[in-house]
Design a protein around this ligand. Structure first.
Ligand SMILES: CC(C)(COP(=O)(O)OP(=O)(O)OC[C@H]1O[C@@H](n2cnc3c(N)ncnc32)[C@H](O)[C@@H]1OP(=O)(O)O)[C@@H](O)C(=O)NCCC(=O)NCCS
Length: 329
């Protein structure tokens, strides 16, 4: 078995990774669209916010059998490494997953990390594999999908009209693409409100947001070909940013949208801004993105407030993902 890291310019390795991931998805998570070379290369080049993961390819007798990823941040959570292991369904139960996990664990140790995390869909193999390697289940994330063609727009309009009077002190603004430099600092403070979302049993610290990180996030998303849509709630009197929500649409496959952060700053909660921001977003997307078919979102299963808003917006569960962690001794 050979295991080696690879980067976005290694076309053969990217192709092998795409093949392994798509074979695994077809079995483990058939609701997910297949990954593309463009998407994989973009993630390996730019990551979420210019801290790209390192990918690993595992081959047995020259045949790609598994693929892995190592995610670490220097901005916060410097104790943590998040590991991804996916084994081609035709090559499971032969120890490849364990060998790749051991290599990723070693790479995490070399980066000085003391806590490991990994995740898998809620099924027997990931549960047993994680337990076998000393990981404990610490949180559950749920993936939901909104199908724009199936939404009851009249009901959503009524929800919008009913919520608006509660938010009379605020305006909603639509912003496509980059944020202006002058607003990056307040946007960083607002983005940090995501730290109030439940983390259940996860051993994680608050994430640290700076103006530069917001800029890096927008740079990475745009460079990957993702079109950024941000709706902001602004307090009329003070001009302060009170809340935001972001959806990116895949430029390569404009039928696919992904929900990124939604947050309302602590001092501005209780005015239906969470609901209004997301309603405003879907109204905007319907007008501006007629080819958009679906928007996917991920939430902690325990995040009752955000999940409640999403259910009102027609999001339905498609997958349940388990987060596992262990200490690295
Ligand atoms: C989970 C996964 C990585 C396991 O890969 P693998 O190469 O089959 O794993 P290994 O052969 O190294 O298995 C090691 C041990 O894990 C456990 N295990 C793995 N798959 C299992 C299954 N389907 N049922 C029960 N136990 C299983 C067993 O204890 C196994 O040892 P054994 O074969 O001697 O009984 C693979 O099924 C996969 O890629 N799943 C989809 C992606 C994913 O969920 N990854 C994250 C896992 S936390």
């Amino acid at each position: 078995m050979q295991i080696r890291p690879f980067g976005p310019d290694d076309g053969a390795a990217v192709d092998a990774h795409v093949e392994v991931v798509n074979a695994a998805r077809a079995l483990d998570a058939p609701w997910l669209p297949p990954v593309t070379r463009h998407e994989v290369a973009g993630e390996l080049r730019f990551g979420w916010d210019l801290e790209p993961p390192t990918a690993y390819l595992a081959c047995a007798d020259g045949v790609p059998v598994a693929t892995g990823g190592l995610h670490t941040s220097e901005r916060d959570n410097r104790h943590l490494a998040w590991l991804e292991v996916q084994v081609h369904p035709g090559h499971r139960r032969r120890g490849h997953g364990s060998a790749l996990l051991a290599a990723l664990t070693e790479a995490a140790r070399e980066r000085g990390r003391t806590t490991l995390g990994t995740d898998g869909w809620d099924a027997e193999a990931p549960r047993a594999f994680a337990a076998r390697h000393g990981f404990e289940e610490v949180a559950v994330q749920v993936q939901r999908r909104q199908l724009l063609g199936e939404l009851d727009w009249e009901a959503l309009d009524r929800r919008y009209a009913a919520a608006l009077p509660h938010a009379a002190a605020y305006t909603l603004e639509r912003r496509a693409g980059r944020s202006p430099d002058g607003e990056l600092e307040p946007l960083a403070r607002l983005t940090a409100a995501i730290n109030d979302a439940p983390t259940d049993g996860l051993d994680v610290e608050d994430e640290v947001y700076t103006a530069e990180r917001i800029r890096d996030y927008e740079t990475a998303q745009l460079a990957r070909g993702h079109e950024i849509h941000r709706v902001l709630a602004r307090h009329r009197e003070s001009g302060a940013l009170a809340g935001h929500t972001v959806v990116v649409v895949d430029g390569e496959r404009p039928q696919l949208g992904e929900q990124h952060d939604t947050a309302v700053a602590a001092g501005h909660r209780g005015h239906r801004l969470g609901l209004l921001l997301k309603l405003e977003m879907v109204r905007w997307l319907r007008e501006a993105r007629p080819g958009l078919v679906q928007v996917d979102t991920w939430n902690a299963e325990s995040n009752d407030h955000m999940v409640g808003v999403n259910v009102e917006l027609g999001y339905r569960i498609v997958g349940r993902e388990l987060d596992f962690q262990r200490r690295l001794g």
